[in-house]
Design a protein around this ligand. Structure first.
Ligand code: ZN
Length: 147
């Protein structure tokens, strides 16, 4: 899949098209301040500051906003960048790709396709078999250990 294919213009993280809806007050109540800033305001946590950049236990990583499983430990790799990195999501339906032209760059933002939570960005410099690197904020995901 080409991450640079044309996408619709950016739309809000609380766009009504997302199936899961919460008010801003609900988001603030359910998330801690860092999770809120990242997940709902599209902030980026500082490199090497999150809880999962060097976390490699077997299990799945779910959306902090709605609990949808997004990434599996088997696709996680050490990109050396200070954020959890994966070469693919659990499937192509759970994440949404949005063109992000903020900060003077053109990047592809990755969101939870269920609740609009900002997860991170995807870059075309990952390992095979996909060649993609999903660079994800620890604050946007929750790890669930394998049974
Ligand atoms: Zn979500």
């Amino acid at each position: 899949m080409n991450p640079f294919k044309r996408s619709p213009p950016p739309h809000p993280h609380d766009d009504p098209r997302y199936p899961v809806h919460k008010t801003d007050d609900q988001w603030r109540a359910e998330l801690d301040p860092m999770q809120y800033q990242v997940a709902r305001q599209a902030a980026t946590e500082r490199a090497f500051s999150g809880k999962y950049w060097d976390h490699f236990a077997p299990g799945t990583y779910a959306c902090v906003g709605c609990g949808t499983p997004l990434f599996e430990s088997g696709t996680k790799f050490d990109a050396g960048c200070g954020w959890p990195s994966y070469w693919q999501p659990i499937n192509s339906e759970v994440v949404e790709r949005v063109v992000d032209e903020t900060h003077g760059m053109v990047r592809i933002e990755v969101r939870c396709n269920h609740c609009g939570t900002h997860l991170g960005h995807v870059f075309p410099d990952g390992p095979q078999p996909t060649g993609e690197r999903f660079c994800i904020n620890s604050a946007a995901i929750d790890f669930k250990p394998a049974e």
